[in-house]
Each structure stands twice: as structure tokens, then as C-alpha cells.
Design a protein around this ligand. Structure first.
Ligand code: TEU
Ligand code: CA
Length: 553
């Protein structure tokens, strides 16, 4: 297994808008992050992934970029970015920018020119098509509801947007677009950033017949219509050969639609494309046929375990993946996969153990280190996410019930995971002295960083301990993964092993107590870590949401 710094590191994702507001305008910013670098360094994370900070009208909170070489006004200045980069580097940490090059904002200069006239030199920076039968050119659907085509009156043609209509898709078939994107990547690498998370990167190569497709199952359509297009590997290999390969950097592909079968075409060690990918095997599991706002499907632990087992098999020693349980697009891990009521603390620690003992680069989403939970605002007006509002509008137009929508929103909505970080128990949880852009979760009084730092058995200190443990036990990074008890509906148990050692990890992901499985080698194993104090009489019994790490000594 090839050793790389980005395999041995742990990523911490910051959603800047909700991290820390330094100037009282209610919006998180770069100076707010600079103020917290020591906190992050003390936690023990290595790489900071910043969600987009480039100029943007914020239709999709920065995932709609209007200028790739400038910082969003609300977040601060290029000097602030430079200072953050230097502060991180001085502490031996690294910075990953979030590159969104499948689409731009419709307020990007390129698009303003492109839409000006049919013969504008920038016309082919995007996809323009005449309508068909008085409607859009085909039946493609946007990830955020409605058609993936928007009619532009000025030239009477439609443009493609797989996301919101303010996020027109870039035409990578146009060599000038590739050149522009490669220049942007170079610009940031020459500034010294350490890599990029690449937004929806498997979507950049379109199936140019633009044929109608089957959208009866949206996630299937992502795989078959939007992702893994005919030239995606050519584009990525060009980017790698011409730019990325010249720097000691890393790339993380956000991979909706990348299946186990094709994953190593993106991350295989000799592919010259991406360092690793976020796959969505577990993240889309509970989505109904029409996506997350359709129905919430029941997911069993055996389904969840199967995803981890099969993806580890598929990637093997050749490729590399991220290990994550939430990010800015999905509900809070402790609410979705853990137990955010009676067992919030032990289950949050169990989930920390899980992501830090799997093979791959773990990614911790901001606030997980204190066990922040989902939120349930009563009014749709309290929500900010364009995805939520687009689907709510569609839902009500179909005459469906508001209360039904709110129920799904409380489970699946992206604002669940975008409420401001809860720093302390003062007003607005110490996030801002102004009015927060999105309300703070009302549970900030007892879930906040200040109280976590005061309690020695807090989730924070468990993360800190586990981050250190992982570094000291590289088998947990590089070793083979071998699951046992695959059919058990509540226990998730696996070995990690290589020439340096053998570890047995067992998670009780239920409210029941369980006997530790009778294992021949248990007596040779030493219990290194549990999320509970284990008394001698409890040696063979797992408490609710107990997670243990044993090591052969
Ligand atoms: O998300 C792309 C993606 O995979 C979406 O389907 C995501 O899973 C969905 O929003 C979940 O409901 C990326 C960014 O992470 C997301 O924040 C952006 O909204 C989107 O691309 C467009 O840039
Ligand atoms: Ca601010």
C-alpha cells in the first residue's frame, strides 16, 4: 500500500457561513476561522476543507461561483485567506479549497457574455439548446427540482443547469473552458493551497445526445445519465497531467453516481486522476425513488455495514476513499446514524471510533466533535436552503401536505447540518453578536464547545484521544479490513490488521446490551479504548451504544 500524507491525515470540513462570525453581521467568515485555528489544532485534525469561499451571489451558499479568483465579500478578503493559509501552514496543517467547476453562477462574467447573444465567443462555455414541442430540449431533471433547462428570453434558447437555474453547467467539451479551469486551479496551487475537494466532478462530461432518459429513480439517473460521462476520465487525466501532477497536493472528488464498479477508474493509484473520492453508497440509502424529499426509506444496520464492506473490497489496495458520515449536505451523523436523545454522548463517540478505524481518509464535519444534532424549526420561513425551498414549492403545488413535508425536512434537510457552530451558552451560542443568517439550534445551552472543553469525558476529548490513537496505530490507516458477524442487526464488528498489528473493533449500534461474541482470540487482545468506563464485571457485556477497540499485544 503506497504511503501518502493525505492517506495518513484526517480532514475537518468547515462550512464557513456557519462556523464563526468575527464582525457581527451574522455570517461566518475567514477571520472567524483564523480565530479558531488553535482550537482545531488542539483537536488534532490535519487538513481543513473549506466549503467554497469564492465570490458568489449565494443562491446555493457559495456553490454558485461568480469569480474564482476573488473571495466572497461576506467572508472577507484575499488577505484574510492568505493569513488563514499561513496560520494553518505554520501549525503544520493544510488547506483544501472547494472547487466547483461543473457549473458557475449565472452572475459569472462568462455566463453574462454567453447569454448576451448566440454568436458571442462565450456562447459555447455553456450548453444552449432550442426548446422542443414548446418546452425544454429534453426531460432531464434538476437535482433541486424541476427541469434541468431554463429558457433565456433574450436568445430564445434553453441553457442546462443540473442544479439551480442560477448554476449553469460549464461545457467542458469546449477546450477554452478546460483552459480557464486549469488556470484557476494553477492560480490557487501557486498560492500554496494543498488541494481541492472537487464538487460533483463525475458530472463534468455530458452525454451529448441529450436524449430523454428514465428519471423514475433519481439516484439511478444520477449514475446513468449525469455521472461517469464518456470523457470524464480524459478531462481528469488532462487536469492531472497538465497541472495537478506538478504539485505535492491532493484531490477529493465528490462522487454522486460513482459506483463501486467504476470507482478505481477515478482513484486507482496509477490512474493519474484523483487522490480519493467521497462515495454516496450510504448517503443515498434512505432516499425514495424521487430523491430525499420523496419518502424516507427504512435503513437497517446490515444495509449500512454492507456498504462499508463492499466499498472496502472494491477499492482494495489500489484506490483510496474518504470515510464520512455527514457533511454540509446531509443530516447530522449523531441524529442519522447514532442516537441524539438518551445516548447522544456514547453514540457520538461510537461514530468517532467508526470513522477513525476504517480504511480511508476520515472527514469530520464541523460540530461533530461536540455531538451537534439536527434541528427542527417549526416554520418553513426559518429555513434557508434553496434545495428545501425548491422542493417545498413543488410539494405544495402538487397539493401535498405541509406537515408531511416538515416531517421529511426535519429528517433530511440540509439546514439540519448548517446551523451555526455552538461555541458557548451566550446568546446565539457565541457564533455571532448579530443576528445569525440561520437560527442557532435551541439546544446550544447544553451542547457547546465551552462546556465540552470543561468536561474531561466529553465527545471533544474522545475525538482528541481517538485522533491521536489513529496516528499512533497506522494499521488503522493502512491495514486490511475484515468484517465479522455481518448479519448481526445491532453489532458492527471488524478486524483491522497488517504486518504491524491486529485490532478488533466492535460497535453496539443499539439501545440493547449485548454479550461480547465468544471469540477464541479475545484473551490475547487488550482493550485499548471504550466510550464507557469498563468495570471488570462488565468485560464481556457491551452497554447500549458502546464501542470498543481491542489490540493484540
Ligand atoms: O452536492 C452535489 C450532490 O451530490 C447533491 O446531490 C447533494 O448530495 C445534495 O445536495 C444532497 O441533497 C454538491 C455540493 O456538496 C452541494 O452543497 C451543492 O448544492 C451541489 O453540489 C451543487 O454545487
Ligand atoms: Ca461575518
Amino acid at each position: 500500500m503506497e504511503k501518502k500524507w493525505w492517506k495518513e491525515s484526517v480532514i475537518y470540513q468547515i462550512y464557513p457561513r456557519s462556523f464563526n462570525d468575527s464582525n457581527g453581521d451574522g455570517i461566518g467568515d475567514l477571520r472567524g476561522i483564523i480565530e479558531k485555528v488553535d482550537y482545531l489544532h488542539d483537536l488534532g485534525v490535519d487538513i481543513i476543507w473549506l466549503s467554497p469561499v469564492f465570490s458568489s451571489p449565494n443562491d446555493d451558499n457559495g456553490y454558485d461561483i461568480a469569480d474564482y479568483r476573488n473571495i466572497m465579500t461576506e467572508f472577507g478578503t484575499m488577505n484574510d485567506l492568505d493569513e488563514l493559509l499561513k496560520t494553518l501552514h505554520d501549525k503544520g496543517m493544510k488547506l483544501l479549497m472547494d472547487l466547483v467547476v461543473n457549473h458557475t453562477s449565472d452572475e459569472h462574467d462568462w455566463f453574462e457574455k454567453s447569454r448576451a447573444s448566440k454568436d458571442n465567443p462565450y456562447r459555447d462555455y455553456y450548453f444552449w439548446k432550442p426548446g422542443k414541442d414548446g418546452g425544454p430540449p429534453n426531460n432531464w431533471k434538476s437535482f433541486f427540482g424541476g427541469s434541468a433547462w431554463e429558457l433565456d428570453e433574450k436568445t430564445g434558447e434553453y441553457y442546462l443547469h443540473l442544479f439551480t437555474k442560477k448554476q449553469p453547467d460549464l461545457n467542458w467539451e469546449n477546450p477554452k473552458v478546460k483552459e480557464e479551469v486549469f488556470d484557476v486551479v494553477k492560480f490557487w496551487l501557486d498560492k500554496g493551497v494543498d488541494g481541492f475537494r472537487m464538487d460533483v466532478i463525475p458530472l463534468i462530461s455530458k452525454r451529448l445526445e441529450f436524449a430523454d432518459a428514465d428519471f423514475s429513480n433519481f439516484n439511478k439517473a444520477i449514475e446513468e445519465v449525469y455521472s461517469n460521462g464518456p470523457r470524464v476520465h480524459e478531462f481528469l487525466q488532462d487536469l492531472y497531467t497538465q497541472v495537478l501532477s506538478k504539485y505535492d497536493m491532493m484531490t477529493v472528488g465528490e462522487g454522486p453516481g460513482i459506483t463501486k464498479e467504476v470507482a478505481n477508474l477515478y482513484v486507482g493509484k496509477d490512474r493519474g486522476e484523483l487522490s480519493m473520492i467521497f462515495h454516496f453508497g450510504h448517503m443515498f440509502m434512505d432516499h425514495g425513488d424521487e430523491g430525499k424529499f420523496d419518502t424516507v426509506k427504512e435503513v437497517t444496520l446490515t444495509d449500512f455495514k454492507k456498504v462499508f464492506r463492499e466499498w472496502d473490497e472494491a477499492i482494495g489496495e489500489d484506490g483510496w476513499i474518504n470515510i464520512f458520515l455527514d457533511n454540509h449536505d446531509f443530516p447530522r451523523a449523531v441524529s442519522r446514524w447514532g442516537n441524539d436523545k438518551k445516548y447522544r454522548i456514547p453514540s457520538a463517540k461510537l461514530l468517532a471510533n467508526l470513522i477513525l478505524t476504517m480504511r480511508g481518509t476520515p472527514c469530520i464535519y464541523q460540530g461533530s466533535e461536540i455531538g451537534m444534532t439536527n434541528v427542527a424549526f417549526d416554520n418553513i420561513e426559518d429555513y434557508r436552503d434553496v434545495e428545501t425551498h425548491n422542493f417545498y414549492k413543488e410539494w405544495i403545488e402538487k397539493g401535498k401536505s405541509h406537515d408531511e413535508f416538515m416531517k421529511i425536512l426535519h429528517i433530511q434537510g440540509r439546514d439540519n447540518v448548517r446551523t451555526p457552530i455552538q461555541w458557548d451558552d451566550t446568546e446565539h451560542a457565541g457564533f455571532t453578536t448579530g443576528t445569525p443568517w440561520l437560527k442557532v439550534n435551541p439546544n446550544y445551552n447544553n451542547i457547546n464547545v465551552k462546556s465540552a472543553l470543561e468536561k474531561k469525558n466529553s465527545i471533544y476529548y474522545h475525538y482528541q484521544k481517538m485522533l491521536l490513537y489513529r496516528k499512533e496505530h497506522p494499521t488503522l490507516i493502512f491495514g486490511a479490513f475484515q468484517e465479522v458477524g455481518q448479519d448481526h442487526q445491532d453489532l458492527f464488528s471488524y478486524y483491522r490488521y497488517d504486518e504491524n498489528g491486529l485490532y478488533f473493533i466492535i460497535h453496539n449500534m443499539s439501545e440493547k446490551a449485548y454479550e461480547i461474541p465468544k471469540m477464541s482470540d479475545l484473551k490475547e487482545l487488550q482493550l485499548d479504548i471504550s466510550n464507557y468506563k469498563v468495570k471488570p464485571e462488565d468485560k464481556l457485556t457491551l452497554k447500549p451504544w458502546e464501542s470498543r477497540i481491542y489490540r493484540r499485544v
